[in-house]
Design a protein around this ligand. Sequence first.
Ligand SMILES: *[C@@H]1O[C@H](CO)[C@@H](O)[C@H](O)[C@H]1NC(C)=O
Length: 232
Amino acid sequence: MFFRVVARSIYIICIFLITHCSCLIDDELEGHVLFYIYHSLEPSTSAPVYEQRGTVTYTTSRNEALYTDDSLLTTEKIEKLQKLAVTDDIYRVKLSTKPGDSESSIFSFTKACGIYESGLTDILSITLDQTGNPVGVAISASPPHCMGEEVSNARLLNFNTTVNFVSLTNAPAPDTLTYIQRLEQEKAEKARGEQGDNRSFLTKYWMYIVPFVIFLFISGASSPEGQGAGGR
Ligand SMILES: *[C@@H]1O[C@H](CO)[C@@H](O)[C@H](O)[C@H]1NC(C)=O
């Protein structure tokens, strides 16, 4: 009994480790994950032209994100952004897990005037699925409202970006413990069921067997000659 309990515990722990090990190893090995941020300063009436803006370094083990600009905004780009702000147009961003890869990119946009008037202060919220792949990004300026103010170019040189990560941990995970418990339960029930069948084989059919035996007795006793004739 004791050994069975120990064996079962070891079995459950093994299953648990096998299913959870990959995440532990991932966490320890993949200390840093990089996300590449691009932006487009083209008006919404024309196709976006994404240029590299900066990099997000995400330390998964500490759930910390750091944004670094690739370069300062040039005067030409500041003017483009100002034009977007004045015309109440949008500011578009793109996020990739590989540099320059547009296939695995996700996109977001916000009011350009918010980005402009906040002096390039924005918040990026990146949603990751359980495997760590980005499935969504949202950009908002901080503060997000536009007052129609003019901002000096000195405040529009580099981004002041806060990055938040949201993990979809509520997604259904394999619940091995319940599964094992259910298997054990089913096994036990089956064993009990088989035992019950064995035990009840005689008791279950006694009502058929007993009358048959009595019938044999009666017919045998009443006609001993019939038995000899081979009637039965
Ligand atoms: C940078 O962002 C933080 C948090 O959003 C804000 O408190 C700070 O004033 C910003 N700095 C500049 C220079 O805009």
